[in-house]
Design a protein around this ligand. Structure first.
Ligand code: PHE
Length: 492
């Protein structure tokens, strides 16, 4: 509690304070206001602001106060010189003040001209009204004579200011000492009974309140949402991807990935320990078709011709690509074959060495298009349209190999910033071994393509290390404050 607060309360005890600047002349206005406001917040006092016009002297006026007005100084010089003051000597004696003094002394009728001399026109020394008035203004801040006040202002001897002071009265909670105000009712106060005597601060319903913590979309989710909108706009339906654990059957065998393929190695795929195996799929014809197409060949294919193991096929894995999901959905489509477009954007897992651009899990964006008589040209055309919507317009395709597509193409995009072609995805036309085994008709062709979600996100947010985007090293500020993303702007 400040001494000033106490002083104010003690003064008030004897009656209201009319004007704080009179009662407490040495207290600065802002300190006074702060103290009064805090007492008012406690309802101990009420106060009103008094604003007064306040005139202050300019440096020139201060000089007049000290030496007298220009006109009186000139008159003094004139009186001093018995034979009159030579006009030419005025500037020498009085400098700048001489000219003004001369003008005003003439106006007042104090002097007159006698040839090239100035002589006195008064019998006794007149009162220096200018100096006197300035003295009053210096003392009181104002002058009763409004005309004179305006004149002094015009002469740039005074400037207008403002004086703020306060009138103060007792408030409803007036007391001679200041009680501590509690903000919160605490469990301790309830236990000790202190709440009974405590005084609580009134609620301030006008306060804005502290900003509430809210969730923020991770950049991956923002970019994911943009991709979803592109897919929806192009007539795609979203596939259900809520199953991270798949059997080798759906993740590999249905996709014509032979059981000795290196992708199925422990070094590349995470296998589940418990339970170790899935149940056999319900569609026994399909299960047999897959067995047959791998081991002996079928649907015009000579197959891989190796002893296909049902046990290996049923081993549970963390899905290594979302093409496992596409396979399930295409198998569904085989029940009622028709043109269709599906997409998914979700997490996949690979037993990879973790480095600046690789994690053991990432997100895949995958699209599948089923239609009659599709060709590779249709796939390339579609890719052009799809990636143009992402702001990627310069594409190149390179022949590649996937066990489940033929032909297969890697997709490269021109990265203007890096000034080179970068690989952005993988695509192809699903093999008849895969589609016909499901029961899809020969004429219905299916395109597929996939890309990672992390790659475009890192490019968009200019990140060079994937750990800035995913994992425990992610800066929460970055997550909370990162900008929204638009894919139709230049991506690469
Ligand atoms: N599954 C492939 C990958 O993981 C992407 C792909 C999907 C390729 C569909 C062709 C067809 O890279």
């Amino acid at each position: 509690m400040s001494d000033l607060s106490l002083l104010i309360l003690q003064t008030l005890d004897n009656g209201p304070i009319e004007d704080t600047s009179v009662v407490f002349p040495s207290i600065e206005t802002n300190i006074m206001q702060g103290t009064l406001s805090s007492l008012m917040a406690k309802s101990m006092i009420v106060f009103k602001t008094i604003e007064q016009e306040l005139w202050t002297l300019t440096p020139e006026a201060d000089e007049i106060l000290e030496k007298g007005s220009h006109e009186i100084r000139l008159l003094d010089e004139v009186t001093k010189s018995l034979e009159g003051l030579k006009l030419a000597d005025v500037p020498k004696l009085l400098g700048q003040a001489g000219k003004l003094g001369q003008l005003r002394a003439f106006k007042n009728g104090w002097i007159k001209k006698d040839g090239d001399k100035l002589v006195s026109n008064v019998s006794s020394k007149p009162e220096d009204v200018t100096a006197k008035d300035l003295g009053i203004i210096k003392q009181t801040g104002t002058l009763d004579n409004a005309k004179e006040l305006a004149e002094l202002r015009k002469r740039k001897l005074i400037v207008k200011g403002k004086k703020v002071s306060y009138s103060v009265e007792k408030g409803p909670e007036f007391a001679l000492e200041i009680k501590k105000l509690e903000t919160d009712l605490t469990p301790e106060m309830i236990q000790s009974g202190a709440w009974k005597t405590a005084t609580f601060k009134p609620y301030n319903f006008d306060a804005e309140g502290a900003p509430t913590q809210s969730g923020a979309l991770h950049p991956l989710n923002k970019v994911r949402e943009e991709f979803r909108q592109i897919f929806f706009a192009m007539g795609f339906t979203e596939m259900a991807t809520n199953q991270y654990v798949e059997s080798g059957f759906w993740n590999f065998d249905t996709l014509f990935v032979p059981q000795q393929h290196p992708a199925r190695d422990l070094q590349d795929t995470f296998y589940i320990k418990d339970p170790i195996e899935a149940d056999e799929p319900e569609d026994k014809t399909y299960w047999e078709n897959i067995h047959k197409v791998h081991e002996q060949g079928a649907f015009d294919s000579i197959g891989y011709r190796y002893p296909w193991s049902a046990k290996e096929s049923l081993r549970l894995v963390l899905r290594t690509h979302t093409t496992a999901v596409s396979s399930r959905v295409l198998h569904q489509l085989a029940k009622d074959p028709k043109p269709a477009r599906f997409f998914s954007i979700d997490r996949v897992f690979r037993n990879e060495a973790v480095d600046a651009t690789h994690l053991a899990e990432f997100h895949q964006i995958e699209g599948v298009i089923a239609d009659y008589n599709l060709t590779l040209g249709d796939l390339i055309g579609f890719m052009d349209r799809f990636f143009t919507r992402m702001g990627v317009s310069k594409l190149r395709f390179k022949p590649a190999y996937n066990p489940y597509t033929e032909p297969s193409m890697e997709i490269f995009a021109w990265h203007a910033g890096l000034n080179k072609w970068i690989e952005i995805g993988n695509s192809g036309m699903f093999r008849p071994e895969m589609l016909e085994a499901m029961g899809l008709p020969k004429g219905l062709k299916v395109h597929g393509f996939g890309l990672s979600l992390e790659r475009p996100t890192m490019i968009k947010y200019a990140l060079s290390n994937i750990r800035e985007l995913v994992g425990h090293k992610v800066n929460l500020d970055f997550i909370e404050n990162n900008p929204a993303v638009r894919l139709d702007e230049e991506l690469v």
